[in-house]
Design a protein around this ligand. Structure first.
Ligand SMILES: NC(=O)c1ccc[n+]([C@@H]2O[C@H](COP(=O)([O-])OP(=O)(O)OC[C@H]3O[C@@H](n4cnc5c(N)ncnc54)[C@H](OP(=O)(O)O)[C@@H]3O)[C@@H](O)[C@H]2O)c1
Length: 335
């Protein structure tokens, strides 16, 4: 069976280009004892992939040159030499950017296509959903009546953060690029307000939308937006550092928050999170989130692009704000 793969060819300086990738078609590997072969159906495209391309110390090893690019994915087991999986099972795993994966089943779990479409297990019911759930509830500690601001608000993590904060009784304001995304936050997801950082002055928008100041800020973007929100925080505010997409393609030093003394003045706390620290509790969180989806309190949106051949360009949509919801790549198979 033919396997279409994208490998890391070189490390980018700044924005990744087509030179950083190599495409190849090879015969898929044999399935060994304890292994499964998976026909990959949807591949998760995540901002974190940019960090994995760097040869620098992080919470996870960098992807090596000539290695298949790392990615979460969902698909169907087509061969099994494992006691835990059968042919036909739908599974999630770290299968990489390729159309067929052979896995030793480490980190692989079954997903139920009857409960939700397969791609949703890469979004709300997957890693971004878990990031939102644990980042907000364990580190943001929102209380009813408080004001929660989230950036990257129309994206995979941000849209879930805002909706969970609403479920918890907070006033929720999203920061997103463009009118369409801001309208969606208010009209579809029930946010109380939105600030279009591309078309209005962020500080003025925040002052208007957060008349009582900001108690929790869930930061997905870093840079100037983080700096500006710091000028609007309340006493004992919690700032969740989830990501800093505005800085991932920098060729100069990461821009840190000049206004950090606001933390001192307000006895506030800023704390980083890594979703994987909560792996033991994903099951409980997914169950609660599935309940909210069923009750209509939590909406999911995936942005599906078809064709594994489009991978390099499709990944860049994240950095241009061209994705609307969780970005996934749909893999087509020949037969
Ligand atoms: N800590 C963890 O464990 C963890 C886990 C998952 C994700 N993350 C982080 O969470 C963040 C969101 O990830 P996601 O998967 O949900 O992505 P996403 O929000 O679905 O997509 C990225 C969005 O970021 C916004 N963006 C891009 N460049 C920007 C810039 N220069 N300034 C401001 N906004 C910009 C764009 O939205 P606009 O159109 O609104 O600009 C874009 O659509 C990322 O920083 C990611 O690294 C962290």
């Amino acid at each position: 069976m033919k396997n279409k793969q994208w490998l890391l060819a070189s490390r980018p300086k700044g924005e990744p280009t087509s030179d950083n990738w190599r495409y190849q078609e090879v015969e898929s590997q044999q399935t060994g004892d304890g292994q499964i072969k998976v026909k990959v159906e949807f591949i998760s495209l995540d901002p974190a992939m940019r960090g994995w391309m760097n040869d620098s110390k992080s919470y996870i090893e960098p992807v090596q040159i000539d290695e298949v690019m790392r990615a979460g994915a969902v698909g169907e087991v087509i061969e099994s030499k494992s006691d835990d999986f059968a042919r036909g099972d739908k599974v999630y795993g770290n299968f990489g950017v390729q159309s067929v994966a052979v896995s030793d089943t480490k980190g692989v779990h079954k997903v139920d296509p009857a409960l939700a479409p397969l791609e949703r297990y890469l979004g709300v019911l997957g890693m971004p959903g878990m990031t939102a759930y644990f980042g907000l509830l364990k580190t943001g500690l929102p209380e009813a009546g408080e004001t929660v601001v989230v950036s990257g608000a129309a994206g995979a993590v941000g849209s879930v953060v805002g909706q969970i904060a609403k479920i918890k009784g907070c006033r929720v304001v999203g920061i997103a690029g463009g009118k369409e995304k801001c309208d969606y936050l208010i009209n579809e997801l029930g946010f109380d307000g939105a600030v279009d950082y591309k078309n209005e002055k962020l500080r003025d928008g925040l002052k208007k939308q957060c008349p009582k100041g900001v108690d929790v800020y869930f930061d997905n973007v870093g840079g100037e937006i983080l700096d500006t929100v710091l000028t609007c925080i309340n006493l004992h505010a919690r700032i969740v550092i989830c990501g800093a997409i505005s800085q991932y393609n920098n060729t100069t030093a990461v821009k840190g928050p000049a206004n950090y003394l606001s933390l001192l003045v307000n006895r506030a706390r800023m704390e980083g999170i890594v979703v994987f620290d909560n792996a033991k509790n994903y099951g409980q969180a997914a169950q609660e989130m599935a309940g909210w989806i069923q009750q209509g309190k939590l909406k999911a949106k995936e942005h599906v692009v078809t064709g594994i051949d489009t991978f390099p360009d499709t990944l860049m949509m994240l950095f241009k704000g061209e994705n609307f919801g969780k970005l996934v790549l749909k893999v087509e198979h020949d037969e």
